[in-house]
Design a protein around this ligand. Structure first.
Ligand code: PEP
Ligand code: MG
Length: 571
């Protein structure tokens, strides 16, 4: 019998594939003694062979995808696996004390881990976690548990998990991973943003898919409506296959908008840009007719590294992106770390509410060396194209002024050092905290531009955690309180002749676009894959009509009331 589930459609597209369940099985070590040591050691050796095969494969895949440095870890894992001393101790415990091999391995592994943990050298300390990793993989084979590896996926699957971390999603190969479905998260969680970047469908906030699904089961998934069918019937598969073909056809038709500029039906010009996380996202921006990059989330540069990236490393990364974008503008956001975005090499303070805590510009204004290094790299890279720099999570005018002052200091130092820099760098800020939004006109005296981050602006305005599926109903971009706040931001900027973009997920929402046109937003920045559809929508609407629509929306009472108003114009 087919099982139907509904979650939050988070990345458009239709997937027809098999389930790949990314759920780590619980490892329970049996306590019982054995009678046949020969048989037990045969099981142990066979499991070692299986583990070795995995590690060789992982080394090969990481070498191709991530380079030799990252691949070396799996070579080290093979050495741990075949360490003669560890193997001897396990064999002795099985032979002499009739301890089952899982328990023997656990015991020996723990001793080795403790030995490494007690060493002073951080390199050797780290080896304890490698031993644990290898041991867990080996134990899973011994206990006949499932061993799952994202990097080794080589058939068409939809990944099912509680949640996917940013580093897990970064490893996915869209050639085989046709989508993912998670119990947690929603449209603005990082898994969703990554899915749109990779151009694969995603449904999040499903709450019960992990419980209800089985590995290898057939699955149909619609990343727009949030519908999922497990074990579909033949007729369901046929009808979804037709829907998928239709979706792909529509995508093809949109290509005619690729080379066009963005104008409303009554001739008002807008600009459509893309959000990116790294150099590899730039191809998609250009392929989808992006007129620039409206948000480069630099935190991924830090998250993909095992140390704070040096000025040279950052300079290289920024230069490559700016050059690749040619004469199109790139807006780069300074480090927005904290909340759910952690670094392996930096200890964040323990806080009850990290989303409301020590993060983004707050951290940068405290750890100024980190901030200065990034600003120097950015300013140096500015000569290779057109850039804007913006600061995340600005709550007060003083914060903006402090950040800008540090920027000016670094700029002046570079000029004194004789380094060539662009004289057209714009310095702006994210508008994502209500405290800043309601007095946007005050900030507009100092900032060159605003970029509205609706993912956080909505989260903070509604006091609703963007990661929690329990309060996801409060992600309400059409709530009149949000629209009035956006209105204040845009009016505040225009009063001082400054421009406003939006880089939160709302900017690419087909129902939000008409309202944002009426509110006179200047730049829309979204997932590259949403650009062509947005351009088509804008080309079919008059700004003068949208201004009337906005007046009604601003005076409405609820999210649904506004949404229904917009839906009418599509009918
Ligand atoms: C936002 O908050 O809307 C935004 C664009 O930033 P992020 O999603 O990276 O927090
Ligand atoms: Mg944000």
């Amino acid at each position: 019998m087919a099982i139907k589930l509904e979650g939050i459609g988070s990345s458009e597209g239709i997937a027809i594939a098999k389930v790949f369940k990314l759920v780590e099985p619980e490892i329970i070590i049996p306590d019982k003694k054995i009678t046949d040591a020969v048989k037990e050691l045969k099981l142990f050796n066979l499991s070692v062979q299986k583990t070795k095969k995995d590690l060789i494969n992982l080394e090969k895949i990481s070498m191709e995808k991530l380079g030799s440095e990252k691949a070396a870890i799996f070579g080290a894992h093979q050495q741990i696996l075949e360490d003669p001393e560890m193997q001897k101790q396990v064999t002795d415990l099985v032979n002499n004390e009739k301890i089952n091999c899982a328990k023997a391995l656990e015991q020996v592994s723990k001793q080795f881990q403790a030995m490494f943990t007690s060493m002073n050298d951080p390199y050797f300390k780290e080896r304890a976690s490698d031993i644990k990793d290898v041991t867990n993989r080996l134990l899973k084979y011994i206990l006949n548990l499932e061993v799952l590896d994202l990097a080794t996926i080589s058939e068409q699957v939809v990944i099912i998990a509680d949640d996917l971390t940013p580093s897990q999603t970064a490893q996915l190969n869209p050639e085989f991973v046709k989508g993912f479905a998670c119990d947690m998260g929603g449209r603005t969680s990082h898994a969703a943003i990554m899915a749109r970047t990779l151009e694969i469908p995603a449904v999040l906030g499903l709450k019960t898919i992990v419980k209800n699904s089985k590995h290898n089961q057939s699955i149909l998934m619609n990343g727009k409506t949030g519908e999922i069918i497990l074990d579909p019937s033949k007729s369901e598969i046929d009808s979804w296959t037709k829907q998928k073909e239709l979706f792909l056809k529509e995508q093809k038709e949109l290509l005619s908008f690729k080379e066009k500029s963005t104008h409303s039906k009554d001739g008002v010009k807008f600009e459509l840009e893309a959000n990116i996380g790294s150099l590899k996202d730039v191809d998609a921006v250009l392929e989808n007719g992006g007129e620039g990059v409206g948000l480069f989330r630099t935190e991924f540069l830090y998250m993909d590294s095992d140390h704070f990236p040096t000025e040279e490393e950052q300079f290289g990364a920024y230069k490559a992106i700016i050059e690749k974008m040619g004469n199109k503008k790139v807006i780069i956001r300074t480090l927005d770390i904290g909340g759910d975005k952690k670094l392996s090499y930096f200890q964040f303070p323990e806080e009850l509410n990290p989303f409301l805590g020590y993060r983004a510009i707050r951290l940068c204004l405290d750890k100024k060396d980190i901030f200065r290094t990034q600003l120097r790299a950015l300013i140096r890279a500015s000569v290779f194209g057109k850039i804007g720099i913006m600061f995340p999570m600005i709550a007060t005018v003083d914060e903006f002024k402090s950040a800008k002052k540090i920027y000016e200091e670094e700029k002046n130092k570079l000029i004194k050092e004789g380094v060539k820099i662009s004289d057209e760098i714009e310095v702006g800020m994210m508008m994502e905290i209500p405290a800043a939004a309601v007095i946007a006109d005050k900030f507009a005296k100092y900032a060159d531009f605003f970029s509205i981050g609706t993912n956080d602006l909505i989260q903070y305005n509604m006091a609703a955690d963007r990661m929690s599926q329990f309060v996801s109903y409060l992600y309400q971009p059409f709530n009149p309180s949000i629209l009035n706040m956006i209105n204040l931001i845009i009016k505040g900027a225009h009063k001082h002749g400054k421009w406003v973009g939006m880089c939160g997920e709302m900017a690419g929402d087909q129902y939000a676009i008409p309202l944002l046109m009426g509110l006179e937003l200047d730049y829309f920045s979204m997932s590259a894959t949403s650009i062509l559809k947005a351009r088509k929508i804008i080309s079919e609407l008059n700004v003068s009509d949208m201004k009337e629509l906005v007046q009604k929306a601003l005076n409405s009472e609820t999210n649904d009331e506004v949404l229904n108003l917009v839906k009418k114009i599509y009918n």
